[in-house]
Ligand binder design. Sequence first.
Ligand code: GLU
Length: 293
Amino acid sequence: MAMSDPVVTRFAPSPSGHLHLGHAYAAMVAHNAAREAGGRFLLRIEDIDGFRRRAVYEEAIQEDLRWLGLEWDGPVLRQSERGEAYAAALDQLRDLGLLYPCFCSRADIRAEVADSVHAHHGPLGPLYPGLCRGLSLDEAQTRVTEGEPHALRLAMDRAIEVANERAGGPLFWHDRDAGAVEARPRDLGDVVLARKELATSYHLAVTVDDAFQGITLVTRGDDLFPATHVHRLLQALLDLPVPEYHHHRRITGADGQPLATRDGATALVALREGGWSPEDVREAVRPATPRKS
Ligand code: GLU
């Protein structure tokens, strides 16, 4: 990124429940990084899963952010309205010969992984053992035409070859803490990029939308560090710009585990109703400051 480029960050929650202290911290990191640089802070609702109560939670998210004083710039982007952009990206990858249909159910994959002494495990769980990778084009095409439910997977080894050829060598991204990081997407295997019931996946939607929104600095929890390797690969394959990344710590609860949406106790709405102020929230997530219980 050139020094003169404006900083554009985003907060990208899924509307699957109420925001908690961990979300507040993530939103503050993104907001502050933009404001300190005189840049823009955007809001994206990651609702590709068709959450049943999407509208209710989206409204609550906006209310929580306003209460915290985290005003976003411009219109809200909703992933549920971006199907065409994801389909176009899938077409690009298909034209490169990098997608294949996978007919395995989750149970098929689990059974294969359990049976195989050679199963590989990546940072986000066992890797797809490649059952459908070897299907002949004819067989795959026939099963697709017959309407058999399938997902679309990225042929990882080939995708890395194509990307490295284009880049003239290995891919890197710049991380605010880790510095130059070499992308190692192979560790995630043949990731799913679309499913029958979902015309995109997290990996594809996030990569396409970060580019669409002109995000120059992606801030997110350090649990998503492994995913960035895949996103960097997709950027190379889809000719998208490469933002800078900052993977921040996650806020933990009394048990030392990162907060999750199901831990309603730290929901911002509950804290607010219990008398907390936005300043109390800021204090609670400040590093090395004992958290209020
Ligand atoms: N929607 C993701 C989440 O709520 C964040 C996506 C991202 O930052 O890449 O965890």
